[in-house]
Design a protein around this ligand. Structure first.
Ligand SMILES: C[S@@+](CC[C@H](N)C(=O)[O-])C[C@H]1O[C@@H](n2cnc3c(N)ncnc32)[C@H](O)[C@@H]1O
Length: 270
């Protein structure tokens, strides 16, 4: 993973939240929120919360006496999340690295993390941290994207970026968000971190947008792919966005567009 893969800052948080969240994250957030709320937890930690799509889905499902700590590595993402959430005395916002959590052992009933573990430079360390802060019998609930070929817009955008930079294709999407989908590996890493039971399911869904330009902007300008493109040649960010739109139009038409997305959902117990 490149250092810039985990940087969600500058104009990324707003574009991420405006374009990418409705495109691919909302349905998975509803699913995760249902799983987290199912046992009526009294204390929940969310890591890598980003712009708060899970927080918005989960808070209404939690009891009045539940404490909910919402964290992310990048303060600008957390600022965006907090700005979209109404006043809620149960929620505490805190910048935190999921690999080095500033919480005591056995503090939470559930730790949840939507599409964040792929960004951890040492996943087993991140899993050990989740386990450390869970109470005995607690659950770690998270999801990861499947292979990029199962996620059509991301795949087309990666192809477009490779056409603009043929000598050195920008592979952020394949490498990081879509780079951790091997179910046996996920099982194995969770067991190494001390989780005793692990259940993994796969969800196939479609991502919808009103125009082909929406997913092009979402992936090229609202994710750390933007960091990778700008590091190569900032002037070509627009060209990659335009080429992505062209490839999406050629496959799906100008819009509305609907592409396949697929991810794995994991429930690990201590
Ligand atoms: C794809 S976003 C997912 C955000 C959110 N969960 C969602 O569903 O929209 C990945 C998030 O992981 C965060 N992140 C990256 N590395 C992290 C780390 N070591 N600890 C905590 N958060 C991290 C990023 O800041 C970013 O908000």
């Amino acid at each position: 993973m490149s250092d810039s893969d985990k940087v969600f800052a500058g104009s990324i948080p707003e574009i991420y939240d405006t374009y990418l969240v409705p495109l691919i994250f909302e349905n998975f957030a509803s699913d995760l929120a249902c799983k987290v709320a199912a046992d009526n937890p009294k204390s929940v930690l969310e890591t890598a919360a980003g712009s708060g799509v899970v927080t918005r889905a989960l808070a209404p499902k939690l009891g009045a006496d539940c404490s909910y700590v919402v964290t992310d590595l990048n303060q600008p993402m957390l600022d965006r999340a907090a700005s979209r959430q109404g006043d809620d005395g149960r929620i505490a916002w805190q910048q935190a690295d999921a690999l080095d959590l500033p919480f005591d052992d056995q503090t939470f009933d559930v730790v949840c993390c939507q599409f964040g573990v792929m960004f951890f430079p040492d996943r087993i360390k991140g899993y050990r941290e989740a386990r450390r802060v869970l109470r005995p019998g607690g659950q770690f609930v998270f999801n990861v994207w499947d292979h990029i070929e199962e996620n059509e817009f991301a795949n087309l955008v990666t192809r477009a970026a490779g056409q603009i930079f043929p000598e050195d294709p920008p592979l952020f999407l394949a490498r990081t968000p879509h780079g951790y989908h091997d179910i046996d590996l996920i099982h194995d890493e969770l067991r190494q971190a001390g989780f005793e039971t692990v259940e993994i399911g796969t969800i196939t869904d479609s991502s919808w947008a009103p125009t082909a330009r929406h997913p092009a902007i979402a992936y090229c300008q609202g994710t750390p792919l933007r960091n990778e493109l700008e590091a190569r040649d900032a002037a070509k960010l627009a060209a990659v966005t335009d080429r992505s739109e062209e490839l999406i139009v050629s496959r799906f038409g100008p819009g509305p567009v609907s592409g396949k997305i697929q991810g794995h959902v994991i429930v690990a117990r201590t």
